[in-house]
Design a protein around this ligand. Structure first.
Ligand code: 7RM
Length: 643
């Protein structure tokens, strides 16, 4: 389809929206990047509740920023207490639906009380401001409660997605030096119990610093606890429903969230209090054009940044009602999401392109069974959305009536960076749209020179913004090198993009060795190191292959130690190895055995060639730097074991 197809939000949507005109957006955006300090100072004071007002908006010593110096606040106060006085006290904060069909509603008052009880229990366990707490829970209200309880007492949470393995959990516990882990006996997924507790037991066995594991009872299949374990319900039972929020510096760390990079193990992205909250709050409010009457459903797991910023912090800070669903989209049938939207009258729905492509495959009849007329706005996040999926989403889910916001951002950016504002902007299917306020993005060449519209290059951000990551936990040099050295003076996103003549950004995808599999970030280096831990493997190279459903599929090229035999048994063992080391989401879709890997004279694996081989195409372009040209021929004739 033509890239210039544009969609206009309907007149009735525009009329009720906070930003009803392009002119208004343009002047405000211009002002926000011309004078960011003035812009952010005003909004920080207007939108957040401070115990002490900030004095210094920004202290910038590239690449390190401090926002709202002198300001004191508490994220949980902003997400809870301030609503108790504002008429939202008895409004639903969280509507939860478990996979088995159990429904729970927590009002702001009830959520406040639960958070305070757990916060007091954490204090009772000796947790102090700045201490790290791991959270390894299913998508249940207690995940949000645990995050907010940490925020309340100034503890730094690190949520680990329940789909990650015991090994990954252990690495993260050790890297951030946590002494306490919050988990559950399990959760429900695809009609099965997912045993989170076993993974925690295994991880904690190699983490001597962990002195307490708090276990929430969800599935009820564990009877006996270990010595370090305590039941959540026992610990909170006698705690008061009131816990004064710590008055924290604006730069007090709020959370560490691990994400994959192009090298080594996942890095702990550090976000702090004031700036992060302002970014999450404002983007939720304006990008989703929130109304008092909205029921907001972001389908991301809290183990990802999207769950942090949009299921929990941004939604609750705005006093909106956030919906949490525990399970799989096709349990018991492929219409689970549509039945949830109909049952609860969801108004704003935010999901990922990979999910949308699965829905398309499952068929429109599952959607048609349900009344989705409550929806008024749709969102997409996680990877570029192909125009076909965009059009289907717009027509079949949105009934042609709901604008779509395609939000480009990263774990590192904390909140949306590029998106349409739904009442102000035309939509172009496949383009994320225009920069959010205060965001100065550009497409540049390797020297940092801005490229002409239509030319593809590196996507960079040229000014600090409040919700930016502050550092990589424990590794400020890596932070500086990874993000601020590629293009001098700017933050390099790792993405390639082009801007069109209307200033719309078209994100192509990662330029580095990071894969995007079903909207999940995965480093090729991580998967490779998981593969070489298997005794049969000599060397491994992992690349992405375009995939209609997942965006990218994981293809591994493997050479074996002498005497080892390739075959379907080894394929199964290697996939299992990756699942054990990282988690099921990282399992290679295809493993191909090769005699040798193509390398440059300096010994670097030539991924470009492997990508072409993986995609099934002929190897094109310059191959003169190949050490052994026969290697390519051998690779192309290797059959490959598909699973
Ligand atoms: C929110 C999230 C970040 C990477 C990013 C991109 C890709 C995310 C979009 C997108 C095109 C989008 N955080 N990405 N959103 N690409 N359009 N709307 O996904 O840290 O896990 O991943 O995801 O490549 O760099 S993340």
């Amino acid at each position: 389809m033509s890239k210039e197809t544009k969609f206009k939000p309907s007149a009735s949507f525009v009329k009720q929206s906070a930003f009803p005109s392009l002119a208004r957006y343009k002047s405000m955006h211009r002002e926000s990047v011309k004078n960011p300090k003035k812009f952010w100072d005003r909004l920080a004071k207007e939108e957040l509740d401070w115990f002490a007002e900030p004095k210094k908006v920004l202290e910038w010593k590239e690449p390190f920023s401090k926002w709202f110096g002198g300001g004191k606040l508490n994220v949980s106060f902003n997400c809870l207490d301030r609503h108790l006085q504002s008429g939202r006290r008895h409004k639903a904060a969280i509507i939860f639906e478990g996979e088995p069909g159990d429904i729970r509603v927590l009002t702001y008052q009830q959520l406040h009380d639960e958070v305070c009880r757990l916060a007091n229990a954490l204090k009772g366990e000796g947790v102090k401001p700045g201490d790290r707490v791991m959270i390894y829970l299913p998508m249940i209200p207690e995940a949000a409660i645990a995050m907010l309880a940490c925020a309340r007492i100034g503890a730094v949470h690190s949520v680990v997605f329940g789909g990650f393995s015991a090994e990954s959990l252990k690495d993260r516990i050790l890297d951030c030096g946590a002494k306490l882990v919050i988990t559950s006996d399990g959760g429900y997924r695809r009609g099965q119990v997912v045993g989170l507790k076993q993974n925690v037991d295994q991880a904690v066995a190699s983490c001597p610093e962990v002195r307490r594991v708090i276990v929430l009872k969800r599935t009820g299949h564990i009877e006996k606890l270990n010595e370090v374990d305590r039941w959540w319900h026992d610990l909170v039972k006698d705690q008061p429903a009131d816990c004064p929020p710590e008055k924290l510096d604006s730069e007090h760390p709020l959370f560490i969230l691990y994400t994959s990079g192009s090298t080594g193990k996942p890095k702990g992205i550090l976000h702090t209090t004031g700036g992060y909250l302002l970014g999450a709050h404002l983007t939720t409010k304006w990008v989703f054009d929130l109304k008092k009457t909205d029921l907001f459903w972001c389908t991301a797991d809290v183990g990802w940044v999207t769950g942090h910023s949009y299921v929990v912090y941004g939604a609750l800070s705005n006093g909106t009602t956030t919906l949490m669903y525990e399970g799989a989209p096709n349990q018991p049938e492929p219409d689970r999401f549509w039945s949830i939207i109909e049952r609860h009258r969801v108004t704003v729905f935010y999901t990922a392109p990979t999910a949308i492509r699965a829905f398309i495959r499952w068929g429109d009849h599952w959607v048609k069974k349900h009344d989705l007329s409550s929806l008024r706005l749709l969102g997409s996040v996680g990877e570029p959305i192909n125009p076909e999926a965009w059009l289907w989403y717009h027509r079949v889910i949105g009934g042609g009536r709901c604008p779509i916001v395609d939000t480009w951002w990263q774990t590192e950016t904390g909140s949306h960076m590029i998106t349409t504002l739904p009442g102000a902007h035309m939509m172009k299917p496949g383009s994320a749209g225009l920069p959010f306020f205060g965001v100065d993005v550009a497409v540049v060449d390797d020297q940092g020179k801005e490229l002409k519209p239509g030319t593809q290059g590196k996507l960079v951000i040229r000014k600090p913004w409040p919700s930016m990551l502050r550092t990589i936990h424990g590794d400020p040099e890596r932070y500086a090198k990874q993000y601020w050295s590629e293009v001098p003076g700017t933050y390099f996103t790792g993405d390639g993009a082009r801007m069109d003549k209307d200033g719309y950004f078209w994100v192509i995808g990662r330029m580095d060795d990071v894969l995007n599999v079903s909207g999940h970030r995965l480093g090729t280096a991580e998967v490779e190191s998981a593969l070489v831990t298997h005794p049969a493997v000599a060397e491994a190279a992992v690349v992405g292959r375009p995939d209609d459903l997942k965006g990218q599929a994981v293809v591994a090229f493997v050479t074996l130690k002498s005497g080892q035999k390739a075959g379907s048994e080894l394929v199964a063992a290697l996939r299992e190895q990756v699942s054990k080391e990282i988690g099921p989401i990282a399992k290679p879709d295809q493993i191909r055995f090769a005699e040798a890997l193509p390398k440059t004279r300096s010994g670097k694996i030539m991924r470009r060639l492997l990508k072409e081989v993986a995609a099934g195409g002929a190897v094109k372009g310059d191959v003169t730097t190949l050490e052994d040209l026969n290697v390519i021929a051998a690779l192309q004739s290797s059959s490959g074991e598909e699973s």
